[in-house]
Design a protein around this ligand. Structure first.
Ligand code: GLP
Length: 248
C-alpha cells in the first residue's frame, strides 16, 4: 500500500488530484470516476476544478458513480449527495451531468435499483479511480462496521456514531436519515485504483486501524489492504498514530 503523509488538507487535495489527473490524461476513451462526499474530498474537488480551469483537465469523456446517497432525500435536497456533487464539482467542470450517477435515494424498488447500479458500473467497463473518505469508525461509503467485505450496492442502516457525526450538516439530529444506499466493499474493490483521503485528529484511530490493524469487517476500510492499487493521502494529524514508514 502506498501511504502519503502531507502537511494539511489543502496539500491532501492537491496530491490526490495530481494522482487522478495523471491517470485521466493517460487513458483514451471514457474515464470512469468513483466519487465520494463528506467534508474530506472538498479540497480535492477544488483542485480538480482549478486543474480544469487553468490547465485544461478535460472531463468531457468522464462518467462518474457516487458511492452513496441517503434514503429519503431527493437530489434537490441541500443535504443530498447529488446536490453536494453538483455544487462542489459538476457545476464547475465540463462533465456532462447525464453521465454522472448518484444512487437514487427515492428509488421505489431499492433492490432492483441497486442491481441496476452495479450493472451500469460494469457496463461502462468498471471504475478507473475510486475516491474515498473514511468515517471515524472506519466506514467507507456507508459500509458500516460489520459490512461484508464482499458486499455489493445495497441499503444499509447507519450506526448511531455516523448519525451523530453527520448531524452537523442538518438542522436537527432527528433530520439525519437512518438509511442509505451504498456501493458495497466488493464494488469499491473492483475499481482499478483507489485513493483514500483523511485529515484531522478525529480520523487518526480509523487510519491506524485500517492500515496497521487486521483486515476485518469491523474496520471496513481495512479491506483496501488487499486492493492491488490503493493509495492513502492523509494529513499529519490523521497519520499521527501510524508506526510504519510512509512517503511524504
Ligand atoms: C459519510 C460518507 C462517507 C465519508 C464520511 C466521512 O458518512 N458516507 O463517504 O467518508 O461521511 O465524512 P467527512 O469527510 O465529512 O469526515
Amino acid at each position: 500500500m502506498r501511504v502519503i503523509v502531507v502537511k494539511d488538507k489543502m496539500e491532501m487535495g492537491k496530491r490526490a488530484a495530481a494522482l487522478i489527473a495523471e491517470d485521466m490524461r493517460k487513458k483514451r476513451g471514457p474515464y470512469v470516476l468513483g466519487l465520494a462526499t463528506g467534508s474530506t474530498p472538498i479540497p480535492l474537488y477544488q483542485e480538480l476544478i482549478r486543474l480544469h480551469k487553468s490547465e485544461g483537465l478535460d472531463f468531457s469523456t468522464c462518467i462518474s458513480f457516487n458511492l452513496d446517497e441517503y434514503v429519503g432525500l431527493s437530489g434537490d435536497h441541500d443535504q443530498s449527495y447529488r446536490y453536494f456533487m453538483n455544487t462542489q464539482l459538476f457545476d464547475h467542470v465540463n462533465i456532462n451531468k447525464k453521465n454522472t450517477f448518484v444512487p437514487d435515494g427515492m428509488a421505489k424498488d431499492v433492490e432492483a435499483f441497486c442491481e441496476q447500479y452495479e450493472a451500469m458500473i460494469d457496463d461502462v467497463g468498471g471504475i478507473d479511480y475510486q475516491v474515498l473518505g473514511i468515517g471515524a469508525n472506519g466506514h467507507i461509503g456507508f459500509n458500516e462496521p460489520g459490512s461484508s467485505l464482499g458486499s455489493l450496492t445495497r441499503i444499509k442502516t447507519l450506526t448511531e456514531r455516523t448519525i451523530s457525526d453527520n448531524a452537523r450538516f442538518f438542522a436537527r439530529k432527528e433530520d439525519v436519515p437512518t438509511l442509505a444506499i451504498t456501493m458495497g466493499i466488493g464494488t469499491i474493490f473492483k475499481a482499478r485504483k483507489a485513493v483514500l483521503l483523511a485529515n484531522g485528529a478525529g480520523k487518526a484511530d480509523a487510519i491506524k486501524a485500517s492500515l496497521e490493524g487486521p483486515v476485518a469487517s469491523f474496520c471496513p476500510a481495512s479491506a483496501l489492504q488487499l486492493h492491488r492499487w490503493a493509495t492513502y493521502v492523509v494529513d499529519e494529524a490523521a497519520a499521527a498514530k501510524l508506526t510504519l514508514n510512509h512517503e511524504t
